[in-house]
Design a binder for this molecule. Sequence first.
Ligand SMILES: [Fe+2]
Ligand SMILES: [Fe+2]
Length: 151
Amino acid sequence: MKLKLMLTALTLSTAFIHHVSYAAYPQFTWGPEFVSNEVEMDHEHQALFFTLSSLCDAFEKKNLEDTKRIFHGVVNWAVTHFASEEAHMQEIGYAHLEVHKKAHQDLVEKIQEVTPSVEAGTADGEGLMNFLHDWLYHHIPNADIPAYGKS
Ligand SMILES: [Fe+2]
Ligand SMILES: [Fe+2]
């Protein structure tokens, strides 16, 4: 199982690095698999879904000003949410907090890597959005929700 997760992570990051072409922009659709017992975290996740959907729209419409503005909104939301989630995990004494923090940090670094191309209007929007979609759809149910329930 652990190996399978590692292989999935490797495949995702490889696809991202090599800008594999995706057929379309993904849908960020909220569903029961993302609902946890922490209402505040769910609200923050929902805000992320909403902002990411808007970012897909901006990329799709090739509206560079909107793309840059919403992209920075996504970055701010992600950083704010990660900090609040890590504080929550610290509060409940989550045993694997450092590993979780590392996963957040790795994502922030990937976002920082792609920032210049977003600013320049040369980013692979579909590749970026599919990467973020896959990361979020994996991270919330498999890393966030199990952590909220454990101490
Ligand atoms: Fe998380
Ligand atoms: Fe989260």
